[in-house]
Design a protein around this ligand. Sequence first.
Ligand code: FMN
Length: 186
Amino acid sequence: MMDADSFRRALGSFPSGVTIVTTSDADGEAWGITVSAFCSVSLSPPLVLFCPAVSARSHEVLRRAERYAINVLRPEHRTLALRCAKAGADKFARAGFRTEGGVPVLPSALASLVCRASARYDAGDHSILVGEVESVQVNDGPPLVYFDREFRELSPAPLLAPPGLVDRYRDRPLCEADGADGSHAA
Ligand SMILES: Cc1cc2nc3c(=O)[nH]c(=O)nc-3n(C[C@H](O)[C@H](O)[C@H](O)COP(=O)(O)O)c2cc1C
């Protein structure tokens, strides 16, 4: 049994980063949409996916786009994230996007991945768009986080492992890190 509110709350319990996915249409007009449904898929070939809602004004343009950029946001981009989550907003005014290879890219983003469209799937009221990554720009710093329908920042204290060293813990027995009662060892 599942009601719509429980489903939303369950999805909201999973934290994500926040991206703005951008493209240009055949007339050269820039399009952008705030997206948290972004996911890595494959290292070789390098594939990622994102899911735009069929109801989004930019859906058709994104679905047809041969190339698009996925810009991973920082905490200071939260106002821009809200602007790009508003249909009909002037999303590109004073935001600092630069056009690279015909696609708008946000140079201040934590990371930008320029993708060539690889696969397109229907998925209920969303599409799943898989892109092959052609180029990336990566900067240092913390991400903007979306959790429980709010923007958040990461706590600076890493749990269990220093940042980037999580792999070191991969082969340890689970019980070393996690108590049967759900408690976590320091
Ligand atoms: C934090 C956040 C995450 C979002 N994630 C998605 C998403 O993954 N997919 C989606 O279609 N819309 C998502 N949205 C909503 C769209 O950004 C919003 O519907 C936007 O108006 C679409 O723009 P458009 O109608 O001009 O295309 C998100 C909004 C916010 C604030």
